[in-house]
Design a protein around this ligand. Structure first.
Ligand code: FES
Length: 350
């Protein structure tokens, strides 16, 4: 029987072929491994760090994690079927360990809170009701043992925080008197189990549904709008009259301006540079955006974790993208308002 060692925590003898994610979920690590795509190898939320014995990564893992993270030992637990002894680190394990507190404390505090805490004053993302507190009090053992939903911990955190802040420690009828240090330790442990700030949305199918719905709503809105409003067309074109300047529609006038200001360099004309090379480089940059940041290691404090997906986790790409978009907007404004006959500079308000 192969052995699964969750480093620093537990060991299991499992049947050959057992799925690692399933094992972790069955042994109560599910809330740290949300497994948002349900084990299809598409989301990376089930990633664990393998120290020994996982075999070669499959194509899903290579696609989702990339070679660099695989080299650091990250693997998708949903894609691993255990066939040999394996050692893994499960993110958040130390939290489960830290939470080992006496369940009686949770039970007593929740029972007290159900009677005495003004629940409306607690700032949480979920409503806390008396019924919920009673329920948590009944599940005290499971919570103290590291199980439970992150939303449970939000309620626990809010209650313990209230009790500490409002100096109610002496009032709570626990077997042993609660001390400030003890509550602080409990709060620190709970804090690590709070729900993630931002929920991850999987591209397929969830995000696609939303995108397509919005797309069709927008299309329908534009269709209705176009019934009531005519397009601002000019007179039919005549070969004997060419307007000066001939401006592209506003969304292309930036490129027209780019053509006008690009120099001729060697064999490349300004048209090739402004009309083809610079726009092509911009498109390549857009394609490369997801891959740039993981290579820019120097500013990251914790290099062992995969690069996050939020804007603040990717400052260099965000800055570059914002600057390029600003440049594009400035070119459009110049082309649209500050260019006159012969594409000469004009002041629009004169
Ligand atoms: S659960 Fe989504 S990649 Fe494993």
């Amino acid at each position: 029987m192969p052995k699964v060692v969750i480093l620093g925590q537990r060991e299991f003898d499992v049947k050959a072929g057992t799925n690692l994610l399933k094992l972790l979920q069955d042994t109560r690590y599910d809330d740290q491994l949300p497994a948002t795509c349900n084990g299809q190898g598409q989301c990376s939320t089930c990633a664990v760090r393998v120290r020994k014995g996982a075999g070669d990564p499959n194509q899903n893992e290579l696609d989702v994690l990339g070679e660099e993270q695989i080299a650091q030992g990250w693997r998708l637990s949903c894609q691993i079927n255990v066939t040999q002894d394996i050692e893994v680190e499960v993110p958040g394990y130390e939290v489960a360990e830290a939470i080992q507190i006496d369940p009686a404390i949770i039970r007593d505090v929740m029972a007290y809170a159900a009677e005495h805490v003004p629940l409306k004053r607690l700032a949480t993302s979920h409503t806390i009701t008396v019924k919920r507190l009673r329920d948590l009090s009944h599940r005290a053992e499971a919570l103290a043992d590291g199980g439970g939903d992150p939303k449970d911990f939000e309620a626990l955190y809010a209650i313990f925080n209230y009790i500490a802040k409002e100096r109610k420690l002496q009032e709570v009828p626990t077997k042993e008197t609660l001390t400030e240090e003890q509550v602080q330790k409990i709060l620190d442990a709970f804090a690590k189990r709070l729900p993630a700030e931002e929920e991850e949305i999987i591209m397929y199918p969830y995000f696609l549904y939303v995108s397509f719905t919005l797309f069709f709503l927008l299309l329908a809105g534009l269709g209705v709008y176009s019934v009531f409003r005519d397009a601002p067309l000019e007179e039919p074109a005549t070969p004997s009259f060419t307007p000066n300047p001939e401006k592209a529609p506003w969304y292309f006038v930036g490129i027209q301006e780019l053509l006008a200001i690009s120099p001729n360099v060697g064999p490349f004309t300004s048209v090739a540079i402004g009309g083809v090379i610079i726009p092509a480089l911009f498109v390549l940059f857009l394609i490369a955006i997801p891959y740039i940041e993981p290579y820019l290691e120097f500013w990251r404090k914790d290099k062992s974790k995969p690069v996050g997906r939020r804007l603040r986790d990717r400052p260099v790409t965000t800055l570059l993208f914002t600057s390029l978009m600003l440049a594009a907007i400035i070119l459009i404004i110049i082309g649209q308002y500050f260019r006159g006959p012969q594409w000469e500079w004009v002041i629009p308000w004169q």
